[in-house]
Structure formats: structure tokens, C-alpha cells
Design a protein. Structure first.
Lengths: 538, 105
């Protein structure tokens, strides 16, 4: 816990901008506001440029001699390759609709975290080098020279953006500000200016199949632990299959779901549900990661990491893929996969073997979100549920940025939660669904050295949780993202310590009445279940 | 990569003081690392946890789940925090010479 950070000091936010013009104010690299650089071994592993020891707070960043040429050529290539990048550079009228929508600006007050100004950091260089007006008029036209200080400023602010896209919801032109940050990071990567919290997971994933670097025998040990707990608490011995050729379905979820708390309880929920259904499915020790930190690196890296899920689906000969409660995996699957590694024509259009429902929305990617899958089971009355087992919980739901804004999964999790819990309360409407506030730890920012910015950026989310906690006694924050489960836990400990964090399928696992189960006295995380009078809810 | 003197050995550590090369670890080093993590003296219980972590890491190349670590060592989470005030993931793993886990954790 960030004890050294005082809550009162953190909420004393200075919204008055500095007197000087924004181009004349340099960022101050202070502990808590930036992330440690990538270790050379990780960049070397990935064949990425300029691996070296360096520090953002030091004066010399050890850039390559031709750094300027590299960045400008990189920009030119990307302006040619991505029409969206060029359009986003040209069409912003600086109306300011996005200005107060960013959680980092709300919680931190730094004007360069207004999405409009964050984008201007790169747009000014675009104007100065790629537009006639900018070349002639210079600063009068909002153009500026590309200097080493500009690179430092990019690094500071493009790693203070979680690519959550809340600002984009409010942009009248539909500018996807996350894609501007992504371009900024791609250019920084060309110089070797990247962060270890992104590059180590990428290198691990490339080497072992998952961000944490879990090898097959370690993965089996972790599952062994969860299966033992399930046997103790539910009384059922589950024996899931791994790397099984000929299974109908491949299941893919973030590695944190089987490594870290509270994700493991969500994972136990999947295990219970899929066992109860008798689903013909398999886990994979190779496609053992839903997340894709390539999304926070470059388009090439997204493609490289995403490909392994489909390579494994092909190798095992499954019909389709079911995906767990990951966040940004779904942005990759829903918005990039199809043109990068797809269409996945070697798979079949997903059909639920239990209900016969055809998931037409997954026609091209062949990958179905488990919330859709489970909501469909409940709608077709295929599950026996006892929501009273979750009666100790007063639940609210945090829409994780990517499943909500990048995929539109808004109703399914709510539908599930309302069937597995009796006490559900929504946070205020401008903080949920498409307008949900980020956990402030996504896009590779969820590391401890970034704690001050995480607590600041998470303040709007925490504030909304505080509201339902005060008003309705909410004590459980549900979400569908592994980054959320990790970072919201820290955020709640800091701002609203009475509230714990959970995944949706943990609640499903608790409520699911299973064939041959023993009387449940403990929840999956080992809390006692309150005895209820009367008949079971069905 | 900074070099620091821990006990009588000079080792490379990362920004948070985790040793870079787990193979240079020894008990003396662990004692020196313990001092940086608010552990004033290494008791038998501390060693039980640290050695467990070490063995797990050498076998699996990763730290164990915290839950598993508590179960296997018979030290509950509350007591784990008493032993290692900076927490099992940061404090105990650092003393055992393990690298920091990264990702959605």
C-alpha cells in the first residue's frame, strides 16, 4: 500500500494551468509519475531497437545518433500506412469536449493530460514537419521543432494514458485518442524508449505463452492448487484437460486468473461452470494468455502475440474459442484481429453446444466472450442458481474499459450478476457503461512505481464506488478484466477499503448449484456462506 | 542496473532493489536483503518461508501464488505480513532472491 501518499494531499488538486505557454513547460520526472524503463534483456529477446541501461530522470537518454531521422521517418510511414492517424492529426478543432473527461486530468490536474493537449504533443510535430502551413507559420500554427525534450515529454504523457478511450466517447469527430497514444508509443519504441512493465510481459509472452512467464509445469501446479480448493469447498473433483487435441472448444484467459488473487477465484468459477455443463473444452499451456501487451507496444507486436491463440486453435483442431474475463484482449480480438491474423476461416462459427445459440457477432474471429456465453445459458434456463449464497455481498459493477467501450458488452454481465446475486446497485450513470471510469492501471501502467498517478487517475472511479458504498453499503466491486482485478484492489485499499474486488464468474461459481456437490458452507475465497431459511432459489 | 554492496558482496539490483541474477543468491545475501525490507532478524520462520520460495522458484522459475505459499508453509497471510512487513510478494520474494512478477498482477 502506498502509505507514503496522503489522501488529503492527493485530493488537493491544482487545476490552474502554469502561466507559461504549454510548449515552454517541461515535465518533471518525479517518483510515482513514471515507469521504469525496459530492461535490455527483454528488448534483446524481442529484437527491438536500442537496448541499454537508462533512466527517465537522467539527462542523457542515450538515444541513437540519428534519433530525429528515425522518428520522422517513423511518423511518415505511419501517416501513409494508417489513414486514421492522418485523419486524427488533421481534424481536431480543439473544441475541448474531451478536456475534462480523462481520469488522469480529473485526479491530477496536469493540463497535458487533457486528451486534446496530450494529442497536441504529437500533432505539433506533425504540423511542423508534415504540413505546409506549419512549416511556414511555425508556432503561430501550433507547430514545433522535434527536439529531445519533445521525446521526453512524449514518454512522460503517453505513459500517463491508459488508452481507455473515455475521451473518445465525447469527441464530436470520433477521434480515437488511444490510437494517438499508440502511435506515440510506437515511435518511442523505435528509439528504445519503453517501459519494463510492458516489455517484460511481452518478452515473457513471446517466450512462454503468457505475461508472467509461467511454464507448463508451473501452470499445472497452480491449477492443482485451485482444484484442491474446489474439492474442499464444493466437494467435487474436477479434472480439466490441457492441450487436448480434438476438443470442441479452446478456452483462453489472462494468466493472472490462475496466478494472482482475486483472479484465481474467478478462474475457479470458470472451472466449476464448464465442468457442470460437461463442455468438451481444453485449456492450453501455450495459448495461456488472453492479454496482449503488444497492444501497448506496436501493431506488429499485437499481431505477433495474438497469432499464438489462433495457431494453438489450429494445432488442437478445435471448432471455436471461448475467452475469459480479460479486458484488452477483447479490444484486440474485436477491433484488430480480423485484419491482422484473420479471418479465422479454419474454425467454425461458434454455436453453444448447450443452448444451440449461434454467436453471429463472432462470425469472423470465432471467439466468444464468456459473459455472452453464460448470459445465454441463464436466459435458456440451463443453470441451477442459488443467489442467496452471495447474500453477504452488496455488489456494484465496474464496466472494464475495453469490454464496454471496445466491444459493447454492457448488458450481459449485469444480466448474469442479477441472477447470481440478490443485492445489486449501479454507480452513477456518467461513471458506468460507455462512460465508465478507468482503473488507471491499464495499458501497462499497473506497476507500483507508478502508484501516485494510479491513485490520482483512479480517484473518479473510487469516488463513484464510495457513493454506492455510502448509500447502499456496497462491499464488492465486480469487473471483467484481470488488470482491473489487480489494480482496483489496490485502488480500493487506498480510497474505499471496505470494498473488495471480484470477477463476475466468481459470483457465478458461488451461486451455481452443481450435481453431486456437498453442502456449501464456504465461498470460493473461503468466506462463510450465511445460512438462509426456506427453499433454495432456482 | 545499479550495483550495491549487500553484506560483503557487490551485486546488481533493479530500481526496487531486487537482485538481477537469482543465481548469485546465498543466505548471507538474504540477510542483507532482509535489512532493506524491514526485517530486523531472520528467524527460523522467516527462513522456512524464504527457503520454500527459493525451492519453488528453482523448480518452477516463478514465484508461487501467495495463497499456495501460505498453504504450503502453514503461515497464514496475516502472520506473513507480520514476518515480512512489506508483504509476501515484495518483501519475502526479494529476500529469497526472486525477480518481481510482471503483468496483470
Amino acid at each position: 500500500m502506498p502509505d507514503e501518499l496522503k489522501r488529503k494531499e492527493l485530493v488537493d488538486i491544482e487545476y490552474r494551468p502554469p502561466k507559461k505557454d504549454w510548449m515552454d513547460v517541461a515535465p518533471r520526472f518525479r517518483h510515482g509519475t513514471y515507469i521504469y524503463p525496459a530492461k535490455p534483456k527483454n528488448l534483446k529477446y524481442l529484437d527491438m531497437p536500442n537496448p541499454r541501461e537508462w533512466g527517465p530522470a537522467e539527462a542523457d537518454w542515450k538515444l541513437p545518433d540519428n534519433w530525429k531521422e528515425i522518428v520522422l521517418n517513423g511518423m511518415r510511414e505511419r501517416l501513409d500506412r494508417y489513414r486514421s492517424f492522418k485523419v486524427f492529426m488533421d481534424i481536431c478543432v480543439r473544441c475541448g469536449a474531451c478536456a475534462d473527461k480523462c481520469h488522469f486530468f480529473i485526479g491530477g490536474g496536469d493540463p497535458k493530460n487533457m486528451p486534446v493537449l496530450r494529442a497536441e504533443l504529437i500533432r505539433s510535430v506533425y504540423r511542423g514537419n508534415f504540413t505546409k502551413a506549419g512549416r511556414i507559420l511555425g508556432r503561430l500554427n501550433g507547430a514545433r521543432e522535434l527536439t529531445k525534450d519533445v521525446i521526453k515529454e512524449w514518454f512522460y504523457y503517453f505513459y500517463q494514458c491508459t488508452e481507455c478511450r473515455r475521451c473518445s466517447v465525447f469527441c464530436p469527430y470520433g477521434i480515437d485518442t488511444a490510437e494517438i497514444t499508440m502511435m506515440g508509443r510506437e515511435l518511442l519504441n523505435l528509439l528504445g524508449c519503453n517501459v519494463n512493465w510492458v516489455m517484460e510481459p511481452v518478452a515473457n509472452c513471446y517466450r512462454t505463452g503468457n505475461h508472467l512467464g509461467i511454464q507448463p509445469h508451473a501452470l499445472m501446479d497452480m491449477f492443482g492448487m485451485m482444484l484442491d480448493d474446489i474439492k474442499d469447498r464444493v466437494g467435487i473433483k474436477i479434472e480439466p484437460s490441457f492441450n487436448r487435441k480434438g476438443a470442441e472448444i479452446l478456452f483462453v484467459t489472462p494468466s493472472a486468473d490462475y496466478f494472482a488473487e482475486p483472479g484465481i477465484y474467478t478462474c475457479m468459477g470458470y472451472l466449476l461452470l464448464l465442468h457442470e455443463l460437461g463442455l468438451d473444452y481444453t485449456w492450453s499451456t501455450y495459448a495461456s494468455e488472453g492479454g496482449n501487451f503488444g497492444l501497448f507496444t506496436s501493431h506488429e507486436m499485437i499481431k505477433r502475440l495474438n497469432a499464438k491463440i489462433y495457431a494453438e486453435a489450429r494445432r488442437l483442431g478445435v471448432k471455436w474459442i471461448l475467452g475469459g474475463e480479460c479486458g484488452h484482449m477483447w479490444r484486440v480480438i474485436h477491433q484488430y484481429m480480423d485484419t491482422m491474423n484473420g479471418p479465422a476461416d479454419f474454425l467454425e462459427e461458434p454455436v453453444s453446444p448447450i443452448t444451440g445459440t449461434r454467436f453471429e457477432n463472432a462470425k469472423s474471429t470465432k471467439m466468444v466472450h464468456i459473459a455472452e456465453f453464460t448470459a445465454d445459458l441463464i436466459k435458456n434456463d440451463k443453470l441451477k442458481l442459488d443467489p442467496s449464497r452471495n447474500d453477504d455481498l452488496r455488489v456494484t459493477f465496474h464496466d472494464s474499459c475495453n469490454p464496454s467501450r471496445a466491444m459493447g458488452i454492457l448488458e450481459e454481465p449485469r444480466y448474469i450478476i442479477k441472477h447470481v446475486c440478490n443485492n445489486f446497485y449501479e454507480m452513477p450513470e456518467n461513471t458506468i457503461r460507455e462512460q465508465t471510469f478507468c482503473c488507471a492501471g491499464g495499458a501497462g501502467l499497473g506497476t507500483d512505481e507508478m502508484m501516485e498517478m494510479r491513485m490520482r487517475g483512479g480517484l473518479p472511479r473510487a469516488n463513484a464506488v464510495q457513493y454506492v458504498h455510502d448509500r447502499h453499503g456496497v462491499n464488492r466491486l465486480t469487473c471483467m478484466c484481470a488488470i482491473d482485478r489487480a489494480t482496483l484492489t489496490t485502488l480500493m485499499e487506498y480510497w474505499v477499503p471496505e470494498v473488495k474486488v471480484t470477477g463476475v464468474h466468481e459470483l457465478v461459481g458461488n451461486a451455481l448449484v452443481m450435481k453431486g456437490e456437498k453442502e456449501r458452507v464456504l465461498t470460493l475465497r473461503g468466506d462463510p456462506i450465511k445460512e438462509t431459511e426456506g427453499d433454495e432459489h432456482v | 542496473m545499479a550495483k550495491v554492496k549487500l553484506g560483503d558482496t557487490e551485486v546488481s539490483v533493479d530500481e526496487d532493489g531486487f537482485i538481477e541474477d537469482p543465481s548469485v543468491w546465498n543466505e548471507k545475501l538474504a540477510e542483507a536483503l532482509a535489512a532493506t525490507e524491514s526485517v530486523s532478524s531472520m528467524t527460523e520462520e522467516h527462513w522456512k518461508v524464504v527457503k520454500y520460495l527459493r525451492e519453488y522458484y528453482l523448480k518452477y522459475n516463478i514465484a508461487p501464488m501467495i495463497r499456495k505459499m501460505c498453504k504450503d508453509t502453514q503461515v497464514d497471510l496475516k502472520h506473513m505480513y507480520e514476518l515480512f512487513p512489506t508483504g509476501p510478494a515484495k518483501g519475502a520474494c526479494k529476500i529469497a532472491g526472486l525477480p518481481k512478477p510482471t503483468g496483470c498482477v
